[in-house]
Unconditional design. Structure first.
Length: 262
């Protein structure tokens, strides 16, 4: 246990002073900010009429300038945008040792390889949950400033449950990214994998089979797919969980047994 604690402390120190930490928070904060701008446009009929594509989307999705719509936007942002941002975090946490040239030094430490890897997974989870919580707080701040109507405790409770469940789904589906970071010895392979999964998630979800593709499931659960959310079932969640477990096992196994020559 002491070895795990020491490994976790080392990871905390390494990432605490990294500029990438704040870059991810700033980049992810664009979601609630853009959502706030969206709400402002919704309040101005003339501006909304000039935004042709936006006006069409509003009519299709029945969006209005209230808390229900705004919280829905925040939830969908984490289900879709989180795949990209959380994927970037995983790529950084697991790939930086190779890019910095410290991977072999890390493996030479008197700490088990499993403890080192588990510490990285813990940091990844904490980091991503911090991003999710930060966006939620920013969203509530912006919504309060805009004085959006129809805020009730029932609404908040419902959306908080959906929001954090979506965040958790998006986080756990990132374990395969760790494998590609270690296998590819850097950032390129995991970022390429993230880009591909994001593209395929949108394409497969649009065809109506997103409930079978693990990277589409968080977005569908968030409500981004509209009526497609109703297609999610026990098999969908089983696929997501099994993919996450497989990603973790593959990462740990490769990290323990591979010949790390770099």
């Amino acid at each position: 246990m002491s070895g795990q604690v020491q490994a976790l402390k080392a990871e905390l120190i390494k990432n605490k002073y990294s500029t990438i930490l704040w870059v991810t928070f700033i980049a992810f904060a664009l979601a609630p900010i853009m959502g706030g701008i969206f709400m402002l446009i919704m309040r101005d009929p003339e501006a909304l009429a000039k935004a042709g594509a936006l006006h069409t989307k509003v009519q299709v999705m029945h969006i209005v300038a209230d808390w229900n719509s705004y919280l829905g936007i925040l939830t969908q942002a984490i289900g879709i945008g989180g795949v990209l941002v959380f994927g970037f975090v995983a790529s950084w946490v697991f790939g930086r040792e190779y890019s910095d040239g410290t991977a072999k030094d890390l493996l030479a430490l008197p700490t088990s390889r499993a403890n080192i890897l588990n510490a990285k997974f813990i940091i990844y989870i904490i980091w991503c949950m911090g991003l999710a919580l930060s966006n939620l707080l920013i969203g509530f701040f912006i919504g309060t400033i805009l004085q959006l109507p129809s805020l009730t405790m029932s609404l908040v409770s419902t959306y908080l449950t959906t929001y954090f469940t979506t965040a958790l789904m998006t986080i756990v589906i990132g374990t395969p990214i760790a494998f590609f970071a270690i296998w590819g010895k850097g950032y390129l392979a995991p970022l390429g994998f993230v880009s591909l999964t994001l593209v395929f998630a949108q394409i497969i979800a649009a065809t109506g089979y997103g409930y079978y593709f693990p990277w589409s499931i968080p977005g569908l659960f968030s409500g981004a797919g509209g009526e497609y959310k109703a297609q999610l079932n026990g098999l969908s969640y089983s696929i997501l969980v099994l993919t996450s477990i497989a990603g973790y096992i593959a990462t740990v196994t490769f990290w323990k047994l591979a010949d790390h020559s770099k």
